[in-house]
Design a protein around this ligand. Sequence first.
Ligand code: 0RA
Length: 650
Amino acid sequence: MTPNGGSNYSASSIQVLEGLEAVRKRPAMYIGDISEKGLHHLVYEVVDNSIDEALAGYCSHIEVSINEDNSITVQDNGRGIPVDMHEKEKKSALEVVMTVLHAGGKFDKGSYKVSGGLHGVGVSCVNALSRHMTTNVFRNGKVYQQEYACGKPLYAVKEVGTTDLTGTRQTFWPDDSIFTVTEYKYGILQARMRELAYLNKGITITLTDRRVKEEDGTFKQEVFHSEEGVKEFVRFLNSNNTPLIEDVIYLNTEKQGIPIECAIMYNTGFRENLHSYVNNINTIEGGTHEAGFRTALTRVLKKYAEDSKALEKAKVEISGEDFREGLIAVISVKVSEPQFEGQTKTKLGNNEVSGAVNQAVGEALTNYLEEHPKEAKVIVDKVVLAATARVAARKARESVQRKSPMGGGGLPGKLADCSSRVPEECELFLVEGDSAGGSAKQGRSRQFQAILPLRGKILNVEKAMWHKAFESDEVNNIIQALGVRFGVDNEEDSKKANIDKLRYYKVIIMTDADVDGSHIDTLIMTLFYRYMPEVIQGGHLYIATPPLYKCTKGKVSEYCYTDEERMAFMHKYGDGTENGIHTQRYKGLGEMNPEQLWETTMNPETRILKQVSIENAADADYIFSMLMGDDVGPRREFIEKNATYANIDA
Ligand code: 0RA
């Protein structure tokens, strides 16, 4: 923390800046944000320390609990954080770890800290952002304890008992004066713990929700453990798709000192799904490890296809992307000093990684193809088919664009555009149905709000070949209105969306608050997730929240967006029953006149917008392929568990 050769002044000032007060003043700088994401990030920070202990070979089990009061406990069976005196600081090492920023204890070179959340800020940050934290260390046959308030120790580390165990237990209560949300979501932690178990094979992670009792009286609990690592991960991710070949192509090796684990499957679908990780961090912006992977895949498959004369017969030019249709893969590398770049700092920059991955994947793939000629032929046939379809689609698109007087670049006729041309202030509403579209057109602010009515359910792009989406009017209208262009960045990737010319920085899905409406929401979100994830990643996609009720008592009337709000109104203005209070139930957007629609759902001053985000890309991938797939069983189960509207239409 003290810069080499720095003057005393700068050394001490940096230390002051790096104190825990700084974390409390600018929490977002350390954990990303202070809403749901940041709240869950606290758990990841604490768990990461235990993962490091496990990767060092000293810990096999990590228990994570959401407690009844929304505090979190993380316990591991590692060596326990050392409690002896820290020479320089004249304090227990435990206190230093808990109260000094970046004093993780393992920053000596050589033993690299391989895990470490996106921000990698350490447990002291969690302590600073918790109104209370309790640490117990089980070590030397003794139990040690220290407690903190907002990061400040309440007493020196003390012995509180004896034990046979070793390990560390952390319990923290996130500070509700800092976080805008303090309720933990099981599903978010579940997705991350599952992912961590797959990425670190052999470790057992238990997740318990003490707020929820099962029918047998025990708490809700899941155990995550994988013996096969990313090989099992890719099977899990592919479980809602039909595999093209049953095998998983798998490698677990080290090249140039870089541990590389990778698993590859092909399915009968048309999308490419590459999930990459560096030190357990999901690198959604890609980087050198992904580049190495793609280069190897193209190089090896192309050579195999050429040697087998399959390409000559097909008479099409193969492009890199053709090798990735139906590909589903996980690549996980451990890099000792990772350089993270890009907008969200999730793009790996280290050049040496590209060659290492290229070599590792190349060798494994070459071996696999040589040893499995039948499967190799199935893959190559699929590649040829992909190339043929891509070329045919391009020809069709070019002929359509030539016919159109606007050269293909015009805006859709159904779009009621806004007058502003400043994307930052412009909003596009995607509205279910022509009648609601009409109300929205009348009710909107013409200056910055544009309306695009959609006729009913749009194409389910999850099940369609790539170019089919562009043959659908509704989908084309959305793409044209947005100004999104495909394949302009790289000839090898005609599927990549470019949003540099995005015409609206807020794209708002506005549908009825019923089952059909939520289905349309899902279809539109799938379109964005699969074709234009950049729009979601950029924070541009939102869902409008129309009210469910208008409750009136005498002269007072209020819009209610949830059943809880309606109950609250009845308690406030009535005797808790429906006598005397008039409740109007809105079944659809069309029942509201333009003024009401503006007031309740479109006016930035009063509306509620939900921002669509991808918390966990692997989990989102799994859920979308399940929701939009052929298998009815898991879909029904998911919808029953997550149904918001279930009680409304009953
Ligand atoms: C530094 C040194 C040693 C253990 C740890 C850190 C450690 C930290 C955490 C945080 C959560 N769980 C943890 N488990 C261990 C061990 C030094 C030694 O025993 O030689």
